[in-house]
Design a protein. Structure first.
Length: 155
């Protein structure tokens, strides 16, 4: 298997937009269409398709916030057809390495909905910790998690 991330382009944006999560997960993440629009109009955010060989498996968006200068893994999803196959862990590692390399950062942030315990558990396995802050920028308040790369280097 050759897992890799490819920037979203004119060639693959529609396929990325059509990826979706299960109905019971839709309240945990913004739609890919919204995220693609955001990364088009706010160039500090980079959208990437997540591929296993030629097969599109998921989507992520990362970037450095213009105001705070914090580096975020702002979106991360695996299409419902590919969930339960271990892709989330493997792609998360790939994304964290990519983000560290691109932004030369010591901290990576993300936000999760409080009810999304499955995602919280996944992120905690990689060293993310709740930092006590709340993200009020979206439709609903989210918990902020951070990964200190000096304390928890990506293995």
């Amino acid at each position: 298997m050759s897992l890799h991330a490819c920037e979203v382009t004119n060639e693959n944006w529609q396929d990325v937009a059509y990826l979706s999560v299960h109905d019971n997960q839709k309240n945990f993440i913004e739609s890919n269409s919204f995220s693609l629009a955001q990364s088009t109009f706010e160039p500090e955010w980079k959208s990437v398709g997540l591929y296993d060989g030629e097969e599109l498996i998921g989507y992520a968006m990362h970037g450095r916030d213009k105001t705070t200068r914090k580096v975020w893994l702002d979106r991360f999803m695996i299409d419902r057809h590919f969930q339960g196959r271990g892709y989330a862990s493997r792609f998360l590692k790939l994304l964290l390495v990519r983000i560290e390399r691109i932004y030369q950062c010591n901290m990576i942030y993300l936000s999760i909905y409080p009810d999304n315990k499955k995602a919280q558990y996944l992120y905690e396995k990689f060293g993310f910790k709740l930092n006590g802050e709340i993200d009020n920028l979206g439709e609903f308040p989210c918990l902020i998690m951070e990964l200190d790369l000096k304390r928890s280097p990506i293995q």
